[in-house]
Design a protein. Sequence first.
Length: 280
Amino acid sequence: MNIFITGASGFIGNYLTKRLLKSNYKIYALSRSSCKYNFQNTNKINWIKKDLWNIEFDDLKEIDIIIHLASAGVSPQLVSWQESEKTNVAASLKLISLAHKANVRRIICAGTCLEYGEELNNWEKIPANATLRPIGRYAVSKAASFFYLNNFAIENNMELFYGRIFSAYGMGQYEKNLWPSLYSAAISEKDFEIKGSGIIRDFIEVEKVCLHLSQAIEREDIHPGEPLVVNIGTGEGLNIFDFAKSEWSRLKAKGKLFESKSDPKKIRIKRMVACTKGLN
């Protein structure tokens, strides 16, 4: 089976590509530049060095499954509204259109829990069919992309798996995210300050995210014209300070972990916890 991965050189893409290399799949991986990660069995990766927007029909002619991970402006990174729209919406719609023409059997797309926006506060565990009320350019563009992809798949009788990923973490994540910042302080034996400790998040290891994405390749409950939309999380909410304490202990950190005494900036989404119905 031929698998085409966009965003293969990104945080989640790196883990997923390494996982799939252990299978018998033939991997085609899209990357705009030289990959910063080291892969074993690199002879099994067919690197396509181009931007998402520049994918052509010929790139997809022999592809069975597309795993679409590429995105612009993943928090806390920031891009313009124009770049968000071009990459997350227009390029994604172009990709699924080309996939349809090339008779690609299935598309697996990574969404984000941020698509729910302020609606998250209304649920102990938010279901995948909840109203989308996104905040900010990244979340808005991802929600718009979802509506296009979902409706295109229905209208054109395509197989689509759409997984909204909650608070994934692990090695290789953008350095300004919570977990890499905490990890850096722990191994450097520095103190670490937690801001907004009353916030609840659904933390999931990146390896588990990739397990669910890889399982979507062979799932038998994804049918043409009937998109399967799920949340990719643990289904368990955790105060970020409690999460930090657990990781601090696991890493055997020698510095001091403490809650900030200053008032954090206003957090509009205080609770993000997934209802994982349909995930497994």
